[in-house]
Design a protein around this ligand. Sequence first.
Ligand SMILES: *Cc1c(COP(=O)(O)O)cnc(C)c1O
Length: 364
Amino acid sequence: MAKNIFRKELKDLKPYIPGKPVEKVMEEYGLTEVVKLASNENPLGPSKLAIEAIINEAPRVNIYPDPSVEIVKEKLMQKHGFPREQIVVGNGGEEIIKMIAMTFINEGDEAVMQDPTFSLYDITISHMGGVSKKIPLVDFETDLDAMIEAINEKTKLVYLCNPNNPIGNIVSKDKLDNFVDKIPEDVVLVLDEAYFEYASRNIEYPDGLEVLKRRPNTIVLRTFAKIAGLAGLRIGYAFSSEEIITEMAKTKGVFNVNRIAQVAAAAAMGDDEHIKNTVDLNYESIGYMVDYFESKGLRYVKTSANFIFADLGIDSKQTFVDLQKKGMIMRPGFIWGYETWARISSGSMEDTKKFMTALDEIIG
Ligand SMILES: *Cc1c(COP(=O)(O)O)cnc(C)c1O
């Protein structure tokens, strides 16, 4: 028999399912206008300051970027009070998640996580030959007790996606503190706070950096993709102990964050108004959707992110197709095992209304 040329873990590795691109729906259905509320993107676009920085940097893309991304680290240090040795910047939060698996997972090592949650944790753990212990949500809430029970000698990592994608709800500060106290010190806690700025409007939402201050084996992940509207540039970051950051940095792409992304992210951090407007619009859009679901008596989960998980009461696979015919894209719940549910991102008010009108025509 011919030898298998591939890494054995790839055989069963299920690739990440991305949101459907606007261009593809336009082409497939012959549409000129498409509303995409599928990938939790920022409907305001990036900050004007970021756009300006991008344009100014364009003539210098013949030069390799700074591999340590100092201009962004400087801003993060000022804002959060952690030294550069405790920060790593990645090619999106996505690369940070890959780095985590590469840094900690030997074959057979275990990682505990919510189910469903952001699928890249499982994908990257599996890629390294690790085993994901997926703990089902109970009535959409994270089962923290079951996650603690799942920890054993082989456990290297515990992921907590907060708010949890695709559900949108949070683990409160009280519950998180209690949870943290029960995790053995030599297990690394990964707090994925990709939606931090949105969730911070909820007074019960904890700040993972406070956990890191008292528990060094903690990684706090955040990204410029959502709040800063820089999804297309790929830049995210993490805080942890100096020891962990040093090891993680060994696994990163050398010039992982391009020059354009670096200047755009640094500029975006100086635009508090854009951040505020983004969060304001988010809750206006979400509020509009909630009013609709309420009026129809449809179930939804209270969200602290820029998307909402709702039960449309009809098959999500079919609804996904029906909505596309009307130029609307969402994320159907069947991909997470919720057949009649959907994850809908917040949008501009115009797009939100168009989407809900189209949805209403289908729901009837
Ligand atoms: C979007 C997201 C990320 C990071 O995304 P990038 O675009 O790679 O920065 C990480 N975790 C969760 C839960 C997300 O939703």
